[in-house]
Write a protein of this length. Structure first.
Length: 316
């Protein structure tokens, strides 16, 4: 699918036109977009500190690295493997069950989707383009709200959740019941932060701020190209990318990112060649810098752990 989308994105574009538009980009302005991306990694770490607080007191730097790890692995390995890597990283360092980490990460993804839906709904009335959301959007939004409400209920009634899960699993046998009961208990523990109204308000506000800054980052890319586009263009781009990239694909969403980013720009009236040029530069800025930043950090982490173990092994 990604190969097909990549072909559809570039099939009518001459390389000379592409290079001409890219060469006109103001690099100092474009580089400012890295600050917004860095700010969002910080916001993710801060939000995670609220959600993980009842489980383990991770340092801010470690939570920042865990978000960077997920991002980098997603850009190198297909099928969103970064989330799995992050769960394992958090679980091992905090010595907490992976199912508890899974619960926190699942809540984070739901909060992100709910926040972007709020941004879209608030912006839509001001748009001069016809972007009907349709039944699928409202159905998805309803499902997200239901899941978040369910997570908050589980955080307040963990015993009831574990009991219900165990009873349902008991229909498949005692061993299945025992397994599900244990996993549901640790999963419920991962949602315990949501029992605090203050935490819920804090993580919701941070999620909304995350997407606001993400929109600002796209606006900076638009300024770097010198495009004169409507103020809501970043929200249109985020909408296309959020739902277009929801299905796991190739590492870094090569092809699918280009297709949906270019489609969003064309939807607001930008010519195809300029739209594809924007998608190419935007994808490079989104993927390359922080993936390269992550590699030495985690290589140093790995080396540090190995060196810490070697003396103990030699003593034996």
């Amino acid at each position: 699918m990604s190969c097909l989308l990549l072909f559809l994105s570039f099939r009518k574009i001459a390389f000379s036109d592409l290079s001409t538009h890219i060469s006109k980009v103001a690099l100092p302005i474009l580089a400012l977009g890295l600050l917004t991306r860095f700010s969002n990694f910080c916001l993710v770490a801060l939000r995670s500190s609220f959600l993980f607080a009842p489980l383990h007191r991770y340092s801010f730097w470690f939570l920042f690295k865990s978000g960077l790890l997920a991002y980098a692995v997603n850009n190198i390995v297909p099928f969103r493997a970064g989330e799995v890597a992050r769960i394992g990283y958090l679980s091992r360092r905090g010595k907490i069950p992976a199912s508890s980490c899974l619960a926190v990460v699942a809540v984070e993804r739901l909060l992100d989707l709910m926040a972007i839906c709020v941004v879209i709904v608030c912006t839509l009335p001001s748009m001069a383009i016809d972007m009907p959301l349709g039944t699928p959007f409202y159905l998805a939004a309803g499902i997200m709200v239901t899941f978040i409400g369910g997570a908050m209920w589980v955080s307040r009634r963990p015993d009831v959740f574990v009991s219900l899960s165990a009873r349902l699993a008991g229909l498949l046998g005692r061993s299945v019941r025992t397994f599900v009961e244990g996993k549901s208990k640790t999963f419920a523990e991962g949602l315990s932060a949501l029992s605090s109204p203050v935490t819920v308000l804090a993580v919701t506000a941070l999620s909304l701020l995350f997407w606001t800054i993400a929109a600002l980052g796209i606006q900076i890319w638009i300024w770097a190209f010198g495009f004169d586009l409507p103020w809501y263009t970043p929200v249109v781009v985020l909408t296309f990318l959020t739902f277009g990239l929801a299905v796991p694909s190739t590492p870094g969403h090569i092809g699918s990112y280009h297709f949906f980013a270019a489609a969003a720009m064309m939807a607001v009236g930008l010519p195809e060649a300029e739209s594809v040029s924007f998608a190419v530069v935007g994808h490079a800025m989104a993927v390359v810098p922080f993936t390269l930043l992550a590699l030495p950090i985690f290589l140093r982490d790995f080396s540090g752990r190995r060196n810490a173990v070697e003396p103990e092994d030699s003593a034996r």
